[in-house]
Design a protein around this ligand. Structure first.
Ligand code: UD1
Length: 354
């Protein structure tokens, strides 16, 4: 049996690593990886493959950056050729990026069964490119692996129950696996003595809007706390073009690898982010999170003040970094065996099509 994982952006490398580990246990499976090339910088791509021990991609479509249409279109065009040649039994797409929707479209149009890992997430904000990508991918894929019960319910409301499986969250599997590895390699990363917050900003809705990006940096400057901020290349570009001042308490560093991020996360006091993945990782590691977004797909993280939605509002960002009473967390993201469940389900679901 041949299974092809289609990946392209940072969070997908992490999710695919979990599936790859689970697939390795099955000798009868020939597992290939296609990298769309959506992320191509050393620190946005290669480093993840090395660190997460994922084999080099079998194909790299090298689409690079561009507008949504251009990026999605190029992936479609180049991917279709490879899929026709390889004739896989399954394709797997992950999350909600342009590589996800292009992968699902290319595969399903030529009748290759496609599994969507991290299905059923909704922000109900269709101005986010990711929301369009998620909805479309869910509605054309053959198997939908939902990370939470909320996601299962959403898929049910959209009439997709028969294809939905509650798997739990592969990111939860991943953090359990890698925090153990990090514990045994405590000296691999810098020791940070001074208390700090960890921040990341890369969402189009924040970076491509001068007022929002300036307000976020104003708020961060007022927090009177050291803030470590691994900087996404797009945010770097916009900070420069908008001429935004970066205050002295904000320490900008290069984009960090997955393990380095987990290291920073485990040592920080709080997290400020517009990333969906980091909101959840903060929750897993019990760090209060201030989301620099108006809504979240990961509604479970909002319970008990673990995550608060501040958007780019200066007052809210400052207010929510205050100290709140945190309550017991619910176990909403599965049992750390999502990878196994996904692979097992796919292997027994032969000849599934819509
Ligand atoms: C993409 C996903 C987003 C995900 C994020 C993870 C979409 C629509 N968005 O956003 O959901 O959270 O990946 O990081 O697919 N760039 C580089 N080098 C790179 C990659 C990007 O310089 O290796 C710069 C380019 O200027 C590019 C911009 O970053 O135009 C945006 O990159 P892109 O892949 O289009 O989207 P992300 O913002 O990374």
């Amino acid at each position: 049996m041949k299974i092809i994982s289609i990946v392209g952006a940072r969070p997908q490398f992490i999710k695919a690593a979990v599936i790859h580990r689970a697939l390795k246990k099955y000798k009868e499976v020939n597992s290939l990886i296609i990298h769309t090339g959506q992320h191509y910088d050393e620190k946005m791509s290669c480093i993840f493959f090395e660190e997460l021990n994922i084999p080099k991609p079998d194909y790299n479509l090298e689409v690079g950056s561009g507008s949504h249409g251009l990026q999605t279109g190029l992936i479609l065009q180049r991917l279709e050729k490879v899929l026709i040649k390889e004739k896989p039994d399954w394709c797997i797409v992950y999350g909600d990026t342009n590589s996800t929707i292009a992968g699902a479209l290319a595969a399903t149009k030529i009748h290759i069964p496609t599994a969507h890992v991290e299905a059923g997430l909704r922000s109900y904000n269709k101005r986010m490119p990711e929301e369009i990508n998620r909805i479309s991918t869910d509605h054309i894929s053959s198997l939908l692996f939902a990370p939470t019960k909320t996601a299962v319910n959403i898929l049910q409301q959209e009439g997709l129950s028969s294809r939905t499986v509650f798997s739990g969250d592969v990111m939860y599997d991943s953090i359990l696996f890698y925090t153990l590895i990090l514990k045994n390699n405590e000296n691999a990363y810098e020791k940070i003595d001074q208390p700090f917050y960890l921040a990341t900003i890369h969402r189009q809705e924040n970076t491509d809007n001068k007022k929002k990006l300036s307000d976020i940096f104003k708020a961060l400057s007022k927090l009177q706390k050291r803030i470590i901020l691994p900087l996404h290349p797009r945010t770097k570009k916009y900070l420069k073009s908008y001429n935004i001042d970066v205050a002295a308490n904000i320490q900008i560093i290069n984009p960090t690898s997955y393990l380095h991020t987990i290291h920073l996360l485990s040592h920080c006091e709080k997290v400020l982010t517009d990333s969906g993945g980091l909101q959840k990782e903060a929750y897993f590691l019990k760090k209060p999170c201030i989301s620099l977004r108006e809504e979240t797909e990961w509604v479970e993280t909002l319970n008990g003040n673990w995550n608060q939605l501040a958007g780019s509002n200066i007052n809210k960002i400052i207010q929510y970094t205050g100290d709140y009473k945190l309550s017991e967390q619910e176990k909403a993201f599965g049992n750390g065996k999502a990878g196994k469940i996904i692979v097992k389900t796919m292997l027994k679901s032969k000849n599934v099509l819509l």
